[in-house]
Design a protein around this ligand. Structure first.
Ligand code: AMP
Ligand code: GLY
Length: 418
């Protein structure tokens, strides 16, 4: 098959790496791809959000299957357009991708179907939002309704901080239209766990659990990022909790989306908090998480293409998926300054040495004129190691990363330990 992957980050590199091992995949393409993906797939210079150009290219170049990995093209209906063009794709259509694209939609869905989540209220009027914050008190959570690159959430410790966030989103339009509507939530406590699950509209197949580290600095300090590292599985996700999540969250979510006429085909990302009152949903995403994907797919011992096809065809109940024993750790090496402003174009050294003991997924990289690998984004690399247990996987990632260098490289030293 000719397979096109849409996207160009670490997650897409991990998907390309897993698909490159499939007997069913003859030719692999990635748009736009990055400096590392270029080694295993042909990169095509089309932006992930350019739906028309992407679909036209897929048709013209006879793609048999397209994997739409990032949130934006899913929300923009790329899967719908590919469908219309007769090309099957992995990922939800726009009607189902709304579980990520609109937080207020998801909150209403969870309320209607009694899926446990934080109490919330949605506002389109800034003064009413400010008054509600004052009345509820802190801590309290303020969220932009739409897509905001994972940065539209403020967990405020004081009323003043929460009101500042409301003003930034609704008054100053910090996230553009994404903040025209704001969701204000009760602040939950407890360990966070991510569960990615394959879905075929009807059936659901959870992958091993994982844990992201969203804050920029050690000790979960500093601003929220796209994710600075991930481990899989999460030690907090016991078999008892997994059973509760299946019964109280996963199955009801899939059934709810089907009942709403929005059957979900693809990966649902369940962002969970294990609160003293039981597991609750923090957020849904309509795709693999990044960097969770890099850690979780490192443990996959089956053909990923079979799983993608089953999600598409409604046959997930018939696939036999195997996962490796042990654990994985993905350590993100970021550009100094990320998630704020940072420089690009620095040469990266030590990739080959690191690759002896880990899989180095590229995120923000590009190839220079002479073939040198250069930094080209905030999150640059995801050094991913597996091992018989979590400790070995964490050690493996850190030891391997020691070989890599670029100017102003920044990473957390406590991935998997907090
Ligand atoms: P989200 O983009 O919705 O996942 O939010 C980003 C991060 O904010 C989450 O990973 C949590 O750490 C935190 N967060 C979001 N909602 C809540 C909540 N209701 N209570 C406590 N923390 C939250
Ligand atoms: N790692 C968080 C996300 O992909 O949304």
């Amino acid at each position: 098959m000719n397979v096109l992957i849409v996207g160009g980050g670490g997650r897409e590199h991990a998907i390309a790496w897993a698909l490159s091992k499939s007997d069913k995949v003859d030719h692999l393409y990635c748009a736009p791809g990055n400096g590392g993906i270029a080694a295993i797939a042909q990169c095509v210079p089309i932006a992930a959000t350019d739906v028309k150009a992407m679909v036209d290219w897929a048709v013209d170049n006879h793609m048999d299957f397209v994997v739409v990995a990032p949130d934006d093209p899913l929300a923009l209906g790329m899967v719908d357009e590919l469908d219309k063009a007769g090309i099957p794709a992995f990922g939800p259509n726009a009607a189902a991708a709304i579980i990520e694209a609109s937080k207020s939609f998801s909150k209403t869905l969870m309320e209607k179907y009694h899926i446990p989540t934080a109490r919330h209220k949605t506002f389109t009027d800034m003064d009413q939002a400010l008054a509600y914050v004052a009345q509820q008190g802190a801590p309290i959570v303020v969220k932009a309704d739409g897509l905001a690159l994972g940065k539209g959430v403020v967990v405020a410790q004081t009323v003043d901080e929460a009101q500042k966030a409301v003003r930034a989103m609704m008054g100053d339009h910090k996230f553009g239209d994404a903040g025209a509507k704001v969701v204000i939530e009760e602040c939950m406590t407890g360990p966070e766990v991510t569960v990615l699950a394959f879905c075929d509209g009807e059936h659901i197949l959870p992958m091993p659990s994982s844990q992201d580290h969203k804050r920029a600095y050690d000790g979960n300090q500093g601003p929220n990022t796209g994710g600075m590292g991930a481990i899989s599985p999460s030690p907090n996700y016991t078999p008892e909790i997994a059973k509760r999540c299946m019964e109280e969250i996963f199955l009801p979510t899939v059934a709810a989306l089907k009942a709403e006429g929005r059957p979900f085909h693809g990966v649902i990302y369940f962002g969970l908090m294990l609160t003293p009152d039981g597991p609750k949903v923090v957020e849904y995403n309509a795709r693999f998480g990044d960097p969770e994907c890099q850690a979780v797919l490192s443990l996959l011992d089956s053909d990923l293409m079979d799983l993608f096809l089953a999600c598409r065809n409604g046959t997930l109940d018939q696939v036999d998926v195997r996962w490796k024993e042990g654990a994985a750790c993905c350590l993100v090496l970021a550009s100094g300054g990320y998630p704020g402003s940072y420089a690009k174009g620095y040469p990266i050294t030590g990739l080959e040495e690191a690759s002896q003991t880990a899989t180095v997924f590229h995120a923000g990289t590009k190839l220079g004129k002479d073939g040198a690998v250069l930094t080209n984004g905030g999150r640059v690399l995801g050094v991913t190691a597996t091992g018989p247990d979590l400790e070995a996987a964490i050690q493996g990632a850190y030891v391997s990363a020691k070989h890599i260098h670029f100017i102003d490289m920044h990473y957390r030293t406590d991935i998997g330990r907090v």
